[in-house]
Design a protein around this ligand. Structure first.
Ligand code: ADP
Ligand code: GLC
Length: 505
């Protein structure tokens, strides 16, 4: 099949979260399975930096194209490179994309986000004509690329170059929908605003909703876990789109994400000092001691706070890597900081996001120096070191479409402590010391109390080494590589293609 993956971020070119992991890894696996897969994303400042540091990936300028937007034409340049086994297109327009962040700063989103990503989506379609490459399917991701099927089914519907392209939309996170003022309707050049600004199209409580465009116009919709596919059809998790999603429930699928087993591999990971696998787990402990030392979290430093200081290796090290957003359960974590840090544990956090969580964590970090290390910003190397070093990994998410942190943790023998929601529910089961079943510690009620109980259960088992070892080993033995899920995606692509063919008769 000819497949174009269109995305606003993809590893290694630009990343703010799990979306980039998915769109960076899935195409490589699809290519290995014999498909002609290509990837397209904007060229950001971050992308330029990566390219400058990796000159072996030569970028070729293809040509400039005129993109119709807000009644005029704005230029961009299509660039191409070979990355591993696939072709990657980078859409270059420095006014829109040469910025420090992808979507906005800590104080808020960029004001022209609707324009930036409607421009990108339209540019993707024009690029296909420039390359004279008409894919069987375009795989869209989140609101940023959701207007592609809208353009296909309006301005391009009678154009033979475009009319047999099928589309599938993956919703990675319904909490981000791309909702804008109706004045932005002028961005849809060539589309009759009255045709699309209706309740059964992209109108959403008087505004326009770009994700809704994808849900309505894409041939097939999926999300990133079976549980989340169900959850988003309820009013609690549907963020106002549950009705629309329910209407499409016969074409709404849930496919669990994988992770890139080459990038996330404790046997070869370049970012970690000591490599390990199931046969030499003692090296995981060396990573732990190394990181504890690096952040000055050794027992002797924290002795003043501990009643009976244990040797460093016996004190559970808990890690958290993630966006600092309400979604990630930071408010229930904040509720229990005092109780948690009065326990014999160490905590290492890495994240960036909303201002209020930054200042909260800063305060805690000052108060409990020696027991907690709080690190702000995006830091790939430190993320790898935390996954490899921590004994436990926290994901107390309020909601979680799939979650990759828990999958990476399993791979690194780091036991996830999670709230039962979305993809976390589908991948993590409470460890039962009697049967030896399970790979983590879980709780259901969204409260600090339940989270603390789960952490306490984990810490209790941690002190019973043989049980703990079983839990670690069963996680490490699981397979969350992309192999299986990629097959599921191919099935969906075929469904979408069949649907378009049938429709065309
Ligand atoms: P989400 O996509 O909602 O942010 P996921 O669990 O799906 O959550 O994926 C998060 C990805 O981003 C993981 O690969 C995680 O390691 C990475 N990540 C998140 N925050 C940071 C950070 N501050 N520094 C480095 N990596 C991060
Ligand atoms: C989103 C979700 C996360 C998911 C990721 C990749 O950002 O929050 O749960 O793993 O996308 O699909």
């Amino acid at each position: 099949m000819k497949i174009l993956v269109a995305t606003s971020e993809a590893v290694p070119f630009a990343k703010t979260g799990g979306l980039a992991d998915v769109t960076g890894a899935l195409p490589l696996v699809l290519k290995e399975k014999g498909h002609d897969v290509r990837l397209v994303l904007p060229e950001y400042t971050m992308t330029k930096k990566w390219l400058a540091n990796n000159p072996q990936f030569a970028v070729k300028r293809i040509d400039g194209i005129d993109v119709p937007i807000k009644g005029i034409s704005i230029k961009c340049i299509v660039q191409e490179l070979k990355y591993k086994n696939i072709t990657v297109y980078l859409i270059k327009n420095d006014d829109y994309f040469l910025r420090d962040e992808l979507y906005g700063t800590r104080s808020g989103d960029y004001e022209d986000n609707a324009e930036r990503f409607i421009f990108f989506s339209r540019a993707v379609l024009k690029m296909l004509r420039l390359k004279d490459w008409s894919p069987d399917v375009i795989h869209l991701n989140d609101w940023q690329t959701s207007t592609i099927p809208l353009f296909l089914k309006t301005v391009y519907k009678d154009d033979p170059f475009y009319s047999s392209i099928a589309t599938i939309l993956t919703i990675h996170n319904l909490g981000y929908q791309g909702v804008f003022n109706p004045s932005e309707l002028e961005l849809f050049s060539g589309v009759d605003p009255q045709e699309i600004f209706t309740m059964d199209r992209i109108e959403f409580y008087g505004k326009i909703n770009l994700l809704k465009a994808g849900i309505i116009y894409a041939d097939i919709v999926n999300t990133v876990s079976p549980t989340y596919a169900q959850e988003i059809q309820t009013s609690e998790c549907g963020y106002g789109l549950d009705g629309v999603l329910k209407q499409r429930s016969h074409e709404l699928y849930g496919i669990i994400n994988g992770i890139d087993y080459d990038v996330w591999n404790p046997e070869t990971d370049k970012e970690i000092p000591y490599h390990y696998n199931l046969d030499c787990l003692e090296n995981k402990e060396l990573n732990k001691l190394n990181l504890i030392n690096y952040f000055h979290l050794e027992t002797k430093k924290a002795a003043a706070m501990s009643l009976q200081p244990l040797p460093d290796e016996q004190i559970p090290l808990i890690g958290l890597v993630g966006r600092l957003a309400a979604q990630k359960g930071l408010d229930i974590l904040a509720e229990i900081f005092e109780s948690l840090l009065s326990m014999d544990i160490r905590l290492i956090l890495l994240g960036s996001g909303e201002e209020k969580y930054h200042s909260l964590l800063q305060k805690i970090a000052r108060k409990y120096r020696g027991k907690i290390s709080v690190n702000f910003g995006y830091n790939e190397e430190l993320a790898h070191r935390i996954y490899a070093s921590a004994d436990m990994f926290l994901m107390p998410s309020h909601y979680e479409p799939c979650g990759l942190g828990q999958l990476i943790s399993l791979r690194y023998g780091t036991v996830p402590i999670i709230r039962k929601t979305g993809g976390l529910s589908d991948t993590i089961e409470e460890f039962d010391p009697l049967s030896g079943d399970g790979n983590g510690f879980t709780f259901t009620e969204y409260s600090g109390k339940s989270l603390l109980q789960a952490i306490k259960r984990a810490c209790y088992i941690y002190q019973h080494k043989p049980d703990w070892q079983r839990c670690v080993v069963s996680g490490m033995k699981q397979d969350y590589s992309w192999s299986n899920s990629a097959i599921e995606y191919v099935k969906l692509y075929r469904k979408a293609v069949d649907k378009v063919r049938k429709f065309k008769g």
